[in-house]
Design a binder for this molecule. Structure first.
Ligand code: KIV
Ligand code: ZN
Length: 387
C-alpha cells in the first residue's frame, strides 16, 4: 500500500447520525452503507452497537453486505460494549472495533473522577479485550485536542503495544488551531517509539469552522486516516466534511496524497444523505452546496464566460455536480445577460443588449433573481418596440 494513501473513514452513520433529527433506521443505513462503499471509502463506521437494539441490528446487517470496506462499530472502554460490538460485527469481512476513553484532564477529572494512571490502564485493557475478537482495533483518545501531549504520547504508545492498529486523535470539541493540531500529530510521530506499527487518525469537529483545516494539517504532519462525514454532519457544528478533504487532496496534488474516493459520486452522495437524513445542505457549502458553481456578480460572470478557470478551481463534472450556473441579479452584467438570452434562443446585437440591460436592471432591482420568464417578457417587449 502506498505510504501516501489517505484512508477515508466515513462516520456519517455514527457521528453524523448523532445529529438531532438525522436518526436512520436499518433499511436507510444499509442503503447509505452500500453507496458509501461504491463511493470508495475505506472504512464505514456503521454505528454504536450497544446504544440501542436498532443500532445493533444496523451494524449487523451492514456487516453482512459490505465486501470491500472495513465495517467498524464504536464502543466505550467497557467490556460489555466491546462484546456487543464484536457480536454485531461477526459477519463482517473486515471488522474493526473502535474503542477508547477520554484522556484530557477535564475528562479524567470531571467525567471519570479518576486519574491519569487509571485511565492509562483502562485504555490498555479495552484494546486488549477488543483484540480477543478482532485483529483490527482502533483506539480513540477522546478530547485528545485538549490532552497534554506528553501524556497522550504515553497512552498512544501503550495502546499500540496492546495491539491497536489505528490510533485516533480526536479534537472532540473542535478547539485546536491547525498548527496546534498538526504539532500534536508531529509530536506523536516523533515521541512514540512504536508509532510505525499503527496508523494515526484525525477526527476533528467543526466548532470553530476548522475541522477540515485541522485534518489536512494532521495528514501533512504524519496522520494517514481522516474521519469525516458526508456534508460535514456530526455532533454540534459537525465533523470534517468528506467531500472537502477528498477535493483538497485531489486539487493540491503537490501534497502528494491520494484517496480511493471516486469524486464524481460526491454530489449524488451528498444529495442522497441530505434526503435520507432530512437535513438540507447550506447553499454555500463547499463542493456540494447549490451555489458552489453559481456565478452572480457581473465581474465574475464576465471572467467566467471568457474562461471558466478565472473563477472556478473545480470543474463541476469532476464532482458530479450540475453544470455551472449564471444567475441573474441586480449585480449581474451585460455579458451574463447576453449569454442567458442566447441560451433561450434570442440573438441580440450590442445596441439591443445595452437597451435591454437598462430594462433588466429595473426588474432585477425589484426582485432577488431574474428568472427565465422575466427574460422572455423583456425580450418580447423589446422586439415589439423595435419592430
Ligand atoms: O469526537 C469524538 O471524540 C468521537 C469519538 C467517540 C471518536 O466521536
Ligand atoms: Zn466525534
Amino acid at each position: 500500500m502506498s505510504a501516501n494513501k489517505i484512508h477515508i473513514f466515513d462516520t456519517t452513520l455514527r457521528d453524523g447520525e448523532q445529529v438531532p433529527g438525522c436518526k436512520l433506521n436499518t433499511t436507510e443505513k444499509v442503503e447509505l452503507a452500500l453507496k458509501l462503499e461504491e463511493l470508495g471509502v475505506d472504512i464505514i463506521e456503521a454505528g454504536f452497537p450497544i446504544s440501542s437494539p436498532g443500532d445493533f441490528n444496523s451494524v449487523n446487517e451492514i456487516s453482512k453486505i459490505i465486501t470491500k470496506a472495513s465495517v467498524c462499530g464504536l464502543t466505550r472502554a467497557v467490556q460489555k460494549d466491546i462484546e456487543v460490538a464484536a457480536e454485531a460485527l461477526k459477519y463482517a469481512k473486515r471488522p474493526r472495533i473502535h474503542t477508547g476513553i477520554g484522556t484530557s484532564d477535564l475528562h479524567i477529572k470531571h467525567k471519570f473522577n479518576s486519574n491519569q494512571e487509571d485511565i492509562l490502564l483502562r485504555a490498555i485493557q479495552c484494546v486488549k479485550w477488543a483484540k480477543n475478537f478482532v485483529d483490527d482495533v482502533e483506539f480513540y483518545a477522546e478530547d485528545a485536542g485538549r490532552t497534554d501531549n506528553v501524556y497522550l504520547a504515553r497512552v498512544v504508545e501503550a495502546v499500540i503495544k496492546a495491539g491497536a492498529t489505528v490510533v485516533n486523535i480526536p479534537d472532540t470539541t473542535g478547539y485546536c488551531l491547525p498548527h496546534q493540531y498538526g504539532e500534536k500529530i508531529a509530536f506523536l510521530v516523533n515521541n512514540v517509539s512504536n508509532i510505525d506499527k499503527a496508523i494515526i487518525s484525525c477526527h476533528c469537529h467543526n466548532d470553530l469552522g476548522l475541522a477540515t483545516a485541522n485534518s489536512i494539517s494532521g495528514i501533512i504532519n504524519g496522520a494517514r486516516q481522516i474521519e469525516c462525514t458526508i456534508n460535514g454532519l456530526g455532533e454540534r457544528a459537525g465533523n470534517t466534511s468528506l467531500e472537502e478533504v477528498v477535493m483538497i487532496i485531489q486539487q493540491h496534488k503537490n501534497l502528494g496524497f491520494h484517496s480511493g474516493v471516486n469524486a464524481k459520486l460526491l454530489n449524488p452522495m451528498s444529495l442522497l444523505v441530505a434526503e435520507t437524513m432530512r437535513m438540507p445542505v447550506q447553499c454555500n457549502k463547499a463542493i456540494v452546496g447549490s451555489n458552489a458553481f453559481s456565478h452572480s456578480s457581473g465581474i465574475h460572470q464576465d471572467g467566467f464566460l471568457k474562461d471558466a478557470l478565472t473563477y472556478e478551481i473545480i470543474d463541476p463534472v469532476e464532482v458530479g455536480a450540475e453544470a455551472s450556473k449564471i444567475v441573474l441579479t441586480a449585480r449581474s452584467g451585460r455579458s451574463a445577460l447576453a449569454h442567458r438570452f442566447h441560451k433561450l434562443g434570442y440573438t441580440f446585437n450590442r445596441n439591443d443588449i445595452d437597451r435591454l440591460y437598462q430594462e433588466f436592471l429595473l426588474v432585477a432591482d425589484s426582485k432577488k433573481e431574474v428568472m427565465e420568464e422575466d427574460l422572455h417578457e423583456l425580450a418580447k417587449a423589446h422586439v415589439a418596440e423595435v419592430v
